[in-house]
Write a protein that binds this ligand. Structure first.
Ligand code: SF4
Ligand code: F3S
Length: 106
């Protein structure tokens, strides 16, 4: 499955959701998760994300490994999102910030 990583936190551009053929994105307060049981590995969402937050599970940067479990877990609790919405208000300030996991809201 494809995995949403740290770069999404506090940005949440949502461009990714519009192209997913199986509607497997789930929306939390400041992050999106991909439901790994529904993702068909089409890769279409990768190019849509302005901050490059989406990776295939088997090509994930080492420091993002925790996001495999996180996507699976959060996707089960969050509602589906299929239409693009406005990014979070401070998205531009957070786009280049590292170590955002501490800000993840559930
Ligand atoms: Fe959806 Fe394809 Fe992205 Fe998986 S890889 S989340 S199926 S757009
Ligand atoms: Fe997040 Fe990028 Fe989608 S910031 S909401 S993964 S477009």
């Amino acid at each position: 499955a494809y995995v949403v990583t740290e770069a999404c936190i506090k940005c949440k551009y949502t461009d990714c959701v519009e192209v997913c053929p199986v509607d497997c994105f789930r929306e939390g307060p400041n992050f999106l998760a991909i439901d790994p049981d529904e993702c068909i590995d089409c890769s279409l969402c990768v190019a849509e994300c302005p901050v490059g937050a989406i990776y295939p599970e088997d090509d994930l940067p080492k420091d993002q490994a925790a996001f495999i479990k996180l996507n699976a877990e959060l996707a089960k609790n969050w509602p589906s999102i299929v239409n693009r919405v406005d990014p979070l208000p401070d998205h531009a300030d957070w786009a280049a910030v590292k170590d955002k996991l501490q800000y993840l809201e559930r």
